[in-house]
Design a protein around this ligand. Structure first.
Ligand code: DUC
Ligand code: ZN
Ligand code: ZN
Ligand code: ZN
Length: 485
């Protein structure tokens, strides 16, 4: 059974043109005028774009004494309904290590996922075991390793551990990812605000100022340079961090930055809301910033100094947020956004003229497909690519509300946002998995794991130190040695 997507305007990262798309099985097999197939998907008046890729989710993540409420089933359905066809989730090793954790994640994803998916592996400590497990993780089709510079006493790694892991990434052809916040300073500031009698969610923001992110981003970039490996900074939220990325790129280093849709559109005033729950629901790390920082992120997306828009989807219920009722340090960090990322970015970015349609495709799909080494299987509309497509209707509109979302939590941080531009259809490997107004879920478990191969050695950082490959001792005769010591 073939399908033809008819009458639409194809928007790719590099061009916009009118053509039909023929799909046979799971793949795009032809692009051109007046194609025919067994069934027709109507794209009149719509844009046809590569399905979105959200490279930053935490579905059912055990974290801060609880587990993120969004399941793989609800989360991937939410993703598809918003035009995202692939999610990349973070595997966090427990006491039994990376491979056991990977098995747990696989158990949940294979049974529940309705979109395609992949994983990043977190490096939360350093040992011989971690060193050898990293090679096995790469063999399993995972070419990215995430490092937390914050969450002291839990997930945080120190510089020596990060340097060792980055070097291992370089040797394995993997890309290190970094959560860049200075965890020591955050811990000290958190204590300061507790001691000063400020236990509410506003202190979450006070204790994580842009400086701690800027410092850590600079440090991560320099450590990556010393290790000779590119680096990807997750949830870049402020000018200080963006500036570090921009400067490094300008010097020829391969450094990537990923703003979140939340940081682009929500600001720090949310934490000043007198309603404790309103503020607590928005507690995430890094916290929302001010308008000046938001402008910096938007500019970076247009200029290409920032490449990807993600969500860090870590959805906790209101009840879970009350774990921190007396102490903001215990509020589970995280917000949702999987189903809203594309419509909100379109409305606040393309509709306002801040992004072109092609830039929209680049930052929601194509760039990250290239960075993760899955292009053009994903992120492209080309013969041979997976038929992951969104038929995007620029006239469809809605008001975002928890009352009609696919996410299973009881609120939405974008509540009340009016969006214009929504999927009319979402296709995943040729299947129509979402159509406008649909409430039934596609088959849980239909999603496939997307293997990501290691990068070839030539993809390594350009400004790598002149490595001392054969360290030699300097020969000194007796006359050049100190006497009598
Ligand atoms: N930040 C969050 O807000 N949640 C999950 C992990 C993270 O780094
Ligand atoms: Zn993070
Ligand atoms: Zn409120
Ligand atoms: Zn995260």
């Amino acid at each position: 059974m073939s399908k033809v997507i008819k009458g639409g305007t194809i928007v790719a990262a590099d061009r916009t043109y009118e053509a039909d798309i023929l799909i046979e099985g799971e793949k795009i097999t032809a692009i051109g005028k007046d194609l025919s197939g067994d069934t027709v998907v109507d794209a009149q008046g719509a844009y046809v774009m590569p399905g979105g890729i959200d490279p930053h989710t935490h579905l059912e993540m055990p974290f801060m004494g609880t587990t993120a409420a969004e399941t793989w089933e609800s989360g991937t359905f939410a993703a598809l309904s918003g035009g995202t066809t692939t999610v990349v989730d973070f595997v966090i090793p427990g006491p039994d290590g990376m491979l056991a954790a990977l098995q747990e994640w696989e158990g949940r994803a294979t049974r529940q996922a309705s979109s395609d998916y992949s994983y990043h592996m977190c490096v939360t400590s350093w040992s011989e075991q971690v060193f050898s497990d990293m090679a096995k993780v790469v063999e399993r089709g995972i070419n990215t390793f995430k490092h937390f510079m914050a969450y002291k006493g839990a997930l945080m790694v120190n510089d020596d551990e990060m340097f060792a892991s980055f070097q291992r990434c370089a040797a394995l052809g993997a890309l290190p990812l970094v959560h860049a916040e200075n965890g020591d300073i955050v811990a000290a500031l958190q204590q300061k605000y507790i001691d000063a009698g400020v236990p509410g969610p506003e202190a979450h923001a006070y204790s994580r100022p842009p400086e701690v992110e800027g410092e850590a981003t600079n440090r991560a970039i320099m450590i990556a340079d010393a290790a000779g490996v590119p680096v990807y900074i997750v949830h870049t939220s402020c000018e200080q961090s963006h500036e570090a990325i921009r400067r490094a790129r300008q010097k020829g280093m391969r450094v990537y930055g990923e703003p979140l849709i939340q940081h682009l559109t929500l600001d720090e005033s949310e934490y000043q809301n007198p309603d404790w729950m309103h503020a607590a629901r928005r507690v995430m790390s890094p916290p929302f910033r001010d308008k000046r920082n938001q402008d910096s992120l938007w500019a970076g997306l247009a200029a290409g100094s920032l490449q990807v828009v993600a969500t860090d989807h870590a959805a906790f219920t209101s009840e879970q947020k009350t774990l921190g009722l007396d102490d903001f340090r215990k509020i589970p960090n995280g917000t949702g956004g999987l189903e809203d990322r594309m419509p909100v970015l379109w409305s606040r970015g393309v509709e306002t003229g801040r992004l072109t349609m092609n830039e929209f495709v680049a930052v929601t799909s194509t760039n990250i497909a290239q960075i993760l080494n899955i292009y053009p299987q994903k992120g492209a509309i080309l013969p041979g690519s997976d038929a992951d497509l969104v038929v995007w209707d620029p006239k469809l509109s809605k008001t975002i509300s928890a009352a009609n979302q696919k996410s299973i939590i009881d609120y939405n941080v974008f509540e009340g946002f009016k969006v214009r531009g929504l999927p009319r259809y979402t296709l995943s490997r040729g299947d129509i998995v979402w159509s406008e107004g649909q409430n039934s879920m596609p088959q849980p478990g239909r999603g496939k794991f997307i293997k990501r191969r290691p990068f070839p050695a030539v993809n390594q950082a350009l400004s790598k130190w002149k490595e001392i490959t054969a360290p030699r001792a300097v020969t000194r005769s007796a006359e050049h040695m100190p006497i009598g010591v």
